[in-house]
Design a protein around this ligand. Structure first.
Ligand SMILES: O=C(O)CCC(=O)C(=O)O
Length: 294
């Protein structure tokens, strides 16, 4: 069908644009540590060898539930009061971007069932305070140094029946002059193998950025791309309780399972970098990049 072919073509063009800028890039291992003595020995070992570690129980589950309610309210507001809406992407007046789920299967019409992602939350409470959580900031300083900023924030809903995101490296999306960046994935519900937790490929943060090909599933979310030339047989499921935080390297290959359970899986995901990071290619700023020092 013509529309499907067009969709496939534009997905290929997006992937090839990102591959041509970021593909083959390496992160020098000496960039991965500023002062790992700020971490526990186990955290530092896991970070160095595997490319991630977990901070357990650092956010009250009641605050996680409040964050979810607030994200739903902001999502509804962005839809209703959108300045622009294109293909299920709504640009809210306060800078938020609400993205509807493309792969949703019989999930219903309520806003919280249509929501896939909500971007640009880190200047809004209660999300702003989490960006400055002392344990998170300590981890960022241990890895990146004293001058750090959060530059990307997303609230991700994965409702029952919704598909996961395939294997990828986040640095594919970050066209910056410095590497690495660091992902902070706060579970705001529990995350299980059944409801769509993350999986990671330990040690893959030492790989270059691999070529990513478009997610071939018809109806997959726009922008989903995947690594298909790596052996994922040693991958590990990251199961979490509400309030746990995964800290992960932006070169680490990771994916998430489909939600085959009858409960929602939700997460608040931040990305941090050095506060003086410059955007490559003349500074054309993405709508989802906004550096805020913490
Ligand atoms: O939360 C998910 O399901 C996927 C998140 C992810 O892979 C990412 O933010 O890079």
């Amino acid at each position: 069908m013509a529309t499907e072919e067009l969709g496939t073509e534009s997905k290929r063009a997006v992937a090839s644009g990102m591959n041509s800028i970021q593909g083959g890039k390496l992160c020098p291992p000496e960039n991965n540590a500023f002062d790992l003595d700020l971490l526990t020995l186990d955290q530092a070992k896991s970070w160095t060898e595997k490319g991630y570690f977990i901070l357990r129980g650092i956010v009250d589950p009641a605050l996680c539930a409040e964050m979810t309610d607030r994200a739903i309210a902001l999502f509804s507001d962005a839809e209703i009061n959108a300045e622009t809406s294109i293909s299920g992407h709504h640009m809210g007046k306060n800078g938020t971007i609400a993205v509807e789920e493309a792969a949703r299967i019989d999930s219903g019409d309520a806003p919280d069932m249509r929501m896939s992602k909500l971007y640009n939350l880190h200047r809004v409470e209660p999300f702003k305070s989490f960006a400055r959580d002392p344990q998170v900031v300590n981890a960022m300083r241990a890895i990146l140094g004293p001058d750090v900023a959060v530059f990307n924030s997303q609230y991700i809903f994965k409702n029952p029946g919704v598909w996961g995101q395939p294997w990828h490296q986040d640095s594919l999306y970050f066209t910056f002059d410095r590497v690495p960046q660091v992902g902070v994935w706060l579970a705001t519900s529990r995350a299980t193998v059944q409801n769509g937790c993350l999986f990671v490929a330990p040690g893959s943060h030492l790989e270059p950025i691999h070529e990513h090909v478009p997610d071939a599933r018809p109806g997959a979310n726009f922008g989903y791309v995947e690594v298909v030339d790596y052996d994922f047989s040693t991958s590990e499921a990251v199961t979490m309780e509400a309030g746990d935080v995964l800290i992960f390297h932006s070169f680490l290959m990771h994916m998430s399972n489909d939600n085959n359970a009858d409960e929602r899986r939700s997460a608040l995901v931040y990305h941090y970098g050095h506060a003086d990071t410059q955007i490559l290619g003349g500074g054309q700023k993405s709508a989802t990049v906004d550096f805020m020092r913490v």
